[in-house]
Design a protein around this ligand. Structure first.
Ligand code: AVJ
Ligand code: FE
Length: 452
């Protein structure tokens, strides 16, 4: 494991922390002060809350828990405790003002870098330990990047002139014309990880899963395909919906993904302050789990389970190994995946041929988070680390798992084993999906024929 060398780990941690802070600074300096303290949606925190929360978690998990430092400002801990104050009430708290929040986060970071310089990393690559493998630094970088994605959602919900811009993804050389789905043969694969140094508690440990044969879409479902569902009256037909999803559709009068509106016979969407025609070949974005589930049923298909998704993304049939990413064990690059807020939209479905899995499945990493059929549950052998509040308190039927990461997430918080979760009604997140179906006896016959 080349990352296990102490100096390599130190450099990796430093790079991840600096990249996160660069993004945080941009997201909290591209709007004026009043926009930082305002609540742009009751679903989100004011941006200035995220900023100080990032600093406060870094102080608690790194400076106090790892380095044993005294609390810098114990009186503010409860303000930035996500469990104590739901998002809707955060703007009424006596939060640090933008300049104070910036100073606090910068002071914490200065001390964290001192700790990093002295950290006695040991080369192990095994179970997470706060200083071994630099796990605490990796965890803090991932936490900050997750809030950078949260802040980007706040930017998307905010009204007014655009504050952020980014170049569009490179148009692909040729439109994707591969098969619509691939067959993943029945058999065991290794799910989760034990060796990945910065994997979070919910990704652990590696364990064997027996997965029946299934077909999975080669690319995420596009806006054009989703518009067929809308045009066919999908939002008017209870047959396609889970009961709770149908209730949501009627109560809120849903007709289309969030941020879409119909005008002069076409679908428009608002994206970071700009209104544009919905691009037909892009993966659909801002749909709830209920909408993804209803679309799949309408198509005569279903959402993939979490284990199917991970097998499609990581299993290498040639070796029986599970890869870190669909393309192999190397870290993400711009040629392989749309990550890191480099673009403020997904790339056309079928992009990134260099990022495809051994079976030819594309865009599993980056572009859009993909809803799976599965509830967020612990793997066999799960151990909460470093706190129950990180994952364990969210396990159960209330949350559905999303996989693969979006254009808004940084590579440090995205890999083949990474698990995200949210309520099935959520649509402001950068969520899309792909569909799957069981393999049938004819598939089994054709496999036997192939192997003769
Ligand atoms: C894993 C994205 C669901 O935002 O609630 C941030 C990440 N945990 N701070 C969330 C997280 C603590 C978490 N998600
Ligand atoms: Fe947090």
């Amino acid at each position: 494991n080349p990352q296990a060398h102490p100096e390599a780990l130190r450099a990796r941690a430093l790079g991840a922390l600096e990249r996160a802070r660069h993004r945080t600074t941009l997201l909290t300096s591209c709007v004026e002060g009043p926009e930082l303290t305002a609540q742009h949606s009751p679903l989100m925190s004011p941006l200035v809350w995220d900023l100080a929360h990032i600093g406060n978690q870094e102080e608690q998990w790194l400076l106090r828990a790892v380095a044993g430092r005294e609390a810098m400002r114990p009186e503010i801990d409860s303000l930035y405790d996500a469990f104590e104050h739901p998002r809707a009430e955060r703007p009424r708290l006596p939060l640090l003002a933008p300049d104070e929040a910036r100073r606090y986060a910068a002071e914490v970071r200065g001390r964290a870098l001192d700790v990093l310089e002295q950290a006695p990393f040991e080369a192990d690559g095994g179970a997470p330990r706060l200083t071994r493998s630099g796990f605490a630094f990796g965890m803090i970088a991932q936490h900050e990047q997750q809030h950078d994605e949260t802040m980007l959602i706040t930017h998307q919900l905010r009204k007014g002139a655009p504050a952020l811009t980014a170049p569009d993804p490179e148009p692909s050389a040729a439109p994707f014309d591969g098969p619509a789905e691939v067959l993943v043969s029945a058999g065991p694969f290794i799910m989760g990880t034990t060796a990945e140094p910065w994997a979070l508690d919910n990704e652990r440990p590696a364990h064997v899963r027996e997965v029946p044969a299934f077909h999975i879409d080669t690319t995420p479902v596009t806006n054009a395909a989703y518009q067929e569902f809308i045009a066919d009256g999908g939002y008017d037909d209870p047959r396609w919906w889970q009961p709770a999803g149908w209730t949501m559709v009627r109560e809120h009068g849903l007709r289309a993904p969030l941020f879409w509106r119909r005008e002069a016979g076409q679908w428009l969407r608002r994206r970071f302050g700009v209104t544009e025609v919905v691009p037909p070949d892009e993966p659909v974005l801002h749909v709830s789990w209920y909408e993804a589930d209803a679309y799949a049923r309408w198509r005569g298909r279903r959402l993939p389970t979490e284990e199917e998704w991970e097998k499609a993304a990581r299993h290498d049939p040639a070796t029986g190994r599970s890869l870190r990413y669909p393309w192999g064990d190397a870290d993400p690059t711009p040629e392989r995946a749309n990550l890191g807020q480099r673009h403020l939209r997904p790339a056309a479905a079928g992009s990134y041929p260099l990022g495809q899995s051994p079976l030819g499945v594309r865009q599993l990493i980056g572009d859009v988070w993909e809803w799976t059929a599965s509830d967020f549950l612990p793997y066999p052998g799960f151990v909460a680390y470093p706190y129950r509040e990180y994952s364990e308190v969210f396990f159960g039927p209330d949350h559905k798992v999303l996989r693969g990461g979006s254009f808004a997430v940084d590579a440090v918080a995205c890999r083949g084993t990474f698990r995200n979760w949210d309520y099935p009604v959520r649509r402001q997140i950068f969520s899309g999906f792909r569909t799957a179906r069981d393999a049938d006896s004819r598939d089994a016959d054709s496999r036997r024929a192939d192997s003769r």
